[in-house]
Design a protein around this ligand. Structure first.
Ligand code: 5PR
Length: 386
């Protein structure tokens, strides 16, 4: 921005991964930024997350990669089992990936936002927005901005107030997620030959569909995700039905027992598709724009890269050109997210991840996408990793 330009102002609705990523990027590019969080505290309620290189590149650009490394890990491999028989062990050494807890990622972004001078207001509910760039708070107060980012989640009030047509596809499966102690020594006693530093996708389709996704998040914390169909009353129970889960996976008893000590909630998978993400000076990102099934572990990844590229596009435009810049941004970025949503939905519908060796070919497109590459629009993925 040149010195004689007035500092531009952005209002960001929602302090999740998408909102905070955009806020940090905006502040680092000279914008004044305010983030509204409707919760009374700045915190993340989710459990664990896998980040692929698309979002790691965003964190690198934002100067946060060392902090992320200090609290995350790369598992030795992605192992897939069916009825406890190993189907595949994918080392994924050609791709950059890290696992961590969601509270850690959230705290890293929130701390960075504050360090960069972003104003974060908690207990601040945004009830509406207009394409001219104004938002209305629950108090009735109206605020004007050059750019409004609707990052207010799957039930987005910004989206509702703009009447953006959208469809929602619900899956037959859902998942309960927990953070528990690793208890690696106890697991090793029960199963000495298993590499408990792998991410292990334990599938069971028989006698019933119960899947445990075992993800080490750092040296101390394990992210456990327990999948069951929505119509399985016992499988979806929270606190979990220990008898049911340990009868399928006796070797996981030490960590399954730990889930009883922490809160969890069953979520049904869903995909949300909007007719458009942009209306005037407003752009929607993250679950507000494109909630997706978690099979490819790209909900957070797409949220962060779209938040980042949106900021780049708005910053490159003059204040008056922002609406056109947002439309161009959606045209470039959206096809990648749309394809990722479709693939993830397809995996969820077919339970296709259970076949193993899934991380190759076209599904790698999102992971290897580089949102910080100015020529990224020309990327094409045919046979997998370049
Ligand atoms: N991968 C990850 C994950 O958390 C889930 C899935 C795949 C990292 C579930 O939340 O397939 O459901 C999945």
């Amino acid at each position: 921005m040149s010195m004689n330009n007035k500092q531009r102002h952005a209002e960001v609705v929602g302090a999740g991964f998408a909102g905070l990523t955009s806020a940090v990027a905006l502040a680092r590019r000279g914008w004044s930024v305010r983030v509204h969080e409707q919760g009374s505290q700045l915190r993340e309620q989710g459990a664990g997350i896998l980040l692929w290189q698309n979002s790691l590149r965003v964190l690198e650009d934002l100067g946060l990669i060392d902090e992320i490394y200090a609290g995350s890990m790369t598992p030795h491999a992605y192992e897939t089992r069916m009825q406890n028989q190993t189907v595949s062990v994918e080392p994924l050494t050609d791709v950059w990936w890290r696992t961590m807890t969601r509270p850690f990622l959230h705290n890293t972004l929130a701390t960075a936002a504050q360090r960069e001078g972003v104003e974060i207001v908690t207990s601040s509910e945004v009830v509406g927005a207009t394409p001219s760039g104004s938002i209305t708070l629950a108090s009735g107060e109206t605020v004007e901005a050059d750019l409004v980012i609707g990052a207010d989640g799957v039930g987005s009030a910004v989206r509702t107030s703009l009447n953006i047509p959208h469809e929602r596809q619900m899956s037959r499966d859902g998942i309960t997620r927990f953070l528990v102690p690793r208890r690696k020594a106890d697991l090793q006693k029960l199963e000495p030959d298993t590499d408990w530093d792998n991410m292990i996708d334990f599938w069971n389709l028989d006698p019933r569909v119960l899947r445990v996704l075992y993800t080490p998040a750092n040296d101390d914390v394990l992210y456990l995700a327990l999948m069951a169909p929505v119509d399985d009353v016992e499988g979806t129970e929270v606190p979990i039905n220990l008898d049911v889960w340990t009868s399928i996976h006796p070797q996981l008893a030490p960590v399954l027992e730990e889930t009883l000590k922490v809160e969890g909630k069953y979520f049904r998978y869903q995909t949300t598709r909007l007719d458009y993400w942009v209306d005037g000076r407003i752009a929607l990102v993250g679950d507000a724009a494109n909630a997706m099934c978690p099979a490819l572990a790209q909900g957070g990844g797409c949220a962060m890269m779209n938040a980042f590229t949106l900021v780049e596009a708005a910053t490159a435009a003059s204040a008056s050109e922002i609406p056109e810049a947002l439309i161009a941004w959606e045209a470039i970025e959206r096809p990648y997210t749309d394809r990722c949503q479709t693939r993830s939905q397809n995996y969820a519908d077919t339970r296709g991840m259970s076949q193993g060796n899934q991380f190759q070919g076209e599904v790698m497109e999102t992971m290897i996408y580089n949102p910080t590459d100015p020529n990224r629009g020309h990327l094409s993925v045919k046979g997998g990793l370049a």
